[in-house]
Write a new protein. Structure first.
Length: 245
C-alpha cells in the first residue's frame, strides 16, 4: 500500500511538467515548502489535479471521504475509517464496486503529483522503508480518485498488484501505487473514457527501469522521530538485507 509520500518539487516545476496552473497563486509559498515525508495517517494537504478542472493544481486532503458527508464530518470520518486504511488507498480492482469508488471512478479521477514515495520491506518481522523516485528526478504522477465536500477535496491513491520490482521490496502486501506516464496522465483526466478504457489504464505498469529505489532510515516509521527532514531521503544500508534483496 502507499501510505507515505514525499513532495519536494517547487510549484513552478509541477505547473510546467503537468501543463497546469495553481488554482490560487497565493498558495504557492505554502506548497513550495518541501515536505520530505507525508504520513498519510495525519491526512495532510497535498496538491492534486482533479478531472473536473484538469488545468489546475488544487489542494486536497489525503484520505477520501464519501461525498454525502459534510465538511464538519471529515475529521470524524478519518478517525473511524483508520481501521480500514483511512481512505488513503483504493484497490484498483474494486473501483467499480466499492461504495465510494463506484460514485467517483467515471467523473472524479485525479492525479497526485509526488516527488517519491516509501514502501516497507519485511525482513524477519522488521520493517525497512524503501524510497522510490524517478531516476531523472521528474515528478511522479499517481492515479487517484476524489470527492468534493463543500470547498474541500478529499482523495485516495489507487493501488494495484505489485510488479516484480515492487513485490521484491513490498514483499508483505505485494501492492504498489498506480504510476502513470505522461500520455496516460492526460488520458486519466479525460471526460470521454469508458469503463473498458479505465480498466486498460489500471492494468498499466510503469517502466521499472525509470525508477530508482533504495533503503532509508527506519525512523520513517517511528512516531518518536521527526521524519519530515531532508535526511530521511538519504540512503541507509542494512547489512541484514544485502543477501535478501
Amino acid at each position: 500500500m502507499c501510505f507515505h509520500t514525499s513532495t519536494t518539487h517547487k510549484v513552478k516545476k509541477l505547473e510546467k511538467h503537468f501543463k497546469v496552473n495553481l488554482v490560487d497563486p497565493s498558495m504557492e509559498s505554502y506548497f513550495d515548502k518541501p515536505t520530505y515525508h507525508h504520513n498519510g495517517f495525519s491526512h495532510p494537504n497535498m496538491l492534486v489535479i482533479p478531472q473536473e478542472r484538469s488545468d489546475v493544481l488544487a489542494p486536497g486532503i489525503w484520505g477520501i471521504v464519501p461525498k454525502h458527508k459534510t465538511k464538519d464530518e471529515i475529521k470524524e470520518y478519518h478517525k473511524v475509517s483508520v481501521r480500514y486504511g483511512g481512505g488513503l488507498n483504493a484497490r484498483s480492482e474494486k473501483v467499480f464496486d466499492h461504495f465510494i469508488y463506484k460514485d467517483t471512478i467515471m467523473e472524479n479521477r485525479c492525479i497526485i503529483p509526488v516527488s517519491g514515495f516509501f514502501e516497507p520491506h519485511d525482513h524477519k518481522g522488521k520493517k525497512y522503508p524503501f524510497y522510490f523516485k524517478d531516476k531523472t528526478d521528474k515528478p511522479l504522477a499517481l492515479a487517484g480518485l476524489y470527492t468534493v465536500i463543500d470547498t474541500y477535496i478529499t482523495f485516495t491513491i489507487l493501488t494495484k498488484v505489485a510488479s516484480s520490482l515492487f513485490s521484491k521490496i513490498h514483499n508483505k502486501k505485494n501492492r504498489q501505487p498506480l504510476i502513470l506516464d505522461e500520455e496516460l496522465t492526460h488520458n486519466w483526466l479525460s471526460t470521454d473514457l469508458k469503463e473498458s478504457d479505465i480498466e486498460d489504464i489500471i492494468k498499466y505498469s510503469f517502466p521499472e527501469d525509470e525508477l530508482e529505489t533504495y533503503s532509508v532510515s527506519q525512523g520513517l516509521f517511528s512516531p518518536k522521530v521527526d521524519s519530515n527532514v531532508k535526511t530521511i531521503l538519504e540512503e541507509v544500508d542494512y547489512l541484514e538485507l544485502i543477501n535478501n534483496l
